[in-house]
Ligand binder design. Structure first.
Ligand code: ASP
Length: 344
């Protein structure tokens, strides 16, 4: 009991210290402008907070980082931050990147361990170093230098999911019969688990900010880095054009610089939805040449989604291997937007 209390006390102290780091590097609020604010996200739970802070005059990137922090701290989201599924060795490695419209600044961390809010560290890479990307041990030391506390990012549930996966993929570890395993663990392992949170935000001055944060592919090879921390792949913006980001198999975005492709398409005059559909078609076309990413029928064996907005306030999403809707906040409330589903 004593130990449990101590552990709980430690966790809440760490959570409080982590929360405090969200203010490190954030800009002071400024008076509101006349433009209608807008937030687009792959995860609806990030929308309200981001919009609330934009309406208080916060920089759009700082607001988006605070919205993403809710997902990073959510133990039930197995694709981001705390509770994110680990690599094949049982170690959680996070990737995150940010871009800031007014300065065209960008920062990222990749394969960072033991840090709850990697997107806030990415902002510090942008604001407190002359670099755009810091990885692994160097990223952890950089975060600690700025006061970010270390914590174990595995939850009891993510440990059980990883352990079951490990036992099923080893000749030496022995797994329990299905009947003795938590049904939630079995359910989670039915499909390959991955996911990410992306937020693109526009403030009342029409300025843009965007963030992508993830634990990447579950059970990945240690050190594998996806698209999320790569500017131009997992996110991109230009303050005069628009902002976008992606979730899904990162390798296909790395191979096609997809987020950059979309923003450049809009810059050349394409409608945002067409720019996204064209990026999906490019991915489909290029992956027909790479057998690693196609199935027996020669079709894409992966899913990928894009979310974004233009400077004029148009929003769109497009995807390969999926469909349905995603959520935006237009200042009045949360609305659903249909994905343009692109089939091979
Ligand atoms: N894009 C992420 C990655 O490849 C994963 C995901 O969004 O599902 O790391």
């Amino acid at each position: 009991m004593q130990n449990r209390l101590n552990r709980r006390g430690f966790l809440s102290a760490t959570a409080a210290a982590s929360l405090a780091t969200l203010a490190v590097g954030a800009a002071p609020p400024r008076p509101l402008g006349a433009r209608r604010p807008l937030v687009v996200s792959s995860n609806p739970n990030a929308l309200e907070k981001t919009m609330e802070l934009i309406k208080q005059g916060l920089d759009p990137l700082d607001a988006a980082i605070a919205g993403v922090a809710i997902i990073e701290a959510d133990p039930n989201d197995h694709s981001v931050g705390y509770g994110g599924l680990p690599n094949e060795d049982g170690v959680v490695e996070l990737d995150a990147a940010v871009m800031h419209g007014p300065t065209h600044g960008g920062g990222a961390v990749a394969s960072i361990r033991n840090i709850l809010h990697p997107a806030a560290v990415a902002r510090l890479v942008m604001k407190r170093s002359k670099h755009c990307l810091i990885t692994a041990e160097g990223a952890l030391r950089f975060a600690k230098a700025h006061g970010f506390p270390e914590m174990d990012l595995m939850t009891e549930e993510s440990r059980k999911i990883w352990l079951r996966w490990k036992e099923k993929h080893s000749e030496d570890w022995l797994s329990q019969p299905d009947g003795q395993v938590d049904p939630k663990v079995l359910e989670t392992l039915k499909t390959r688990i991955h996911g990410t949170v992306h937020v693109s935000a526009m403030d009342t001055h029409g300025d843009l900010g965007c963030v992508t944060s993830t634990s990447g592919l579950a059970f990945k090879i240690p050190g594998r880095i996806g698209d999320s921390p790569i500017l131009g792949a997992g996110l991109y913006l230009d303050n005069t054009v628009g902002s976008c980001g992606s979730t899904g198999l990162g390798e296909v975005n790395l191979l096609n610089c997809s987020s950059y492709l979309i923003i450049e398409g809009i810059r050349r005059g394409e409608h945002i939805k067409d720019a996204m559909v064209n990026a999906c078609k490019r991915i489909i076309e290029t992956t027909t040449r790479d057998p690693r990413f196609r199935n027996a029928e020669g079709k894409p064996a992966f899913g990928v989604n894009f979310y974004g907005m233009t400077k004029e306030g148009e929003v769109a999403g497009a995807c390969i291997g999926g469909g349905g809707t995603f959520s935006i906040h237009d200042g009045d409330g949360i609305k659903q937007v249909d994905f343009a589903a692109v089939r091979a």
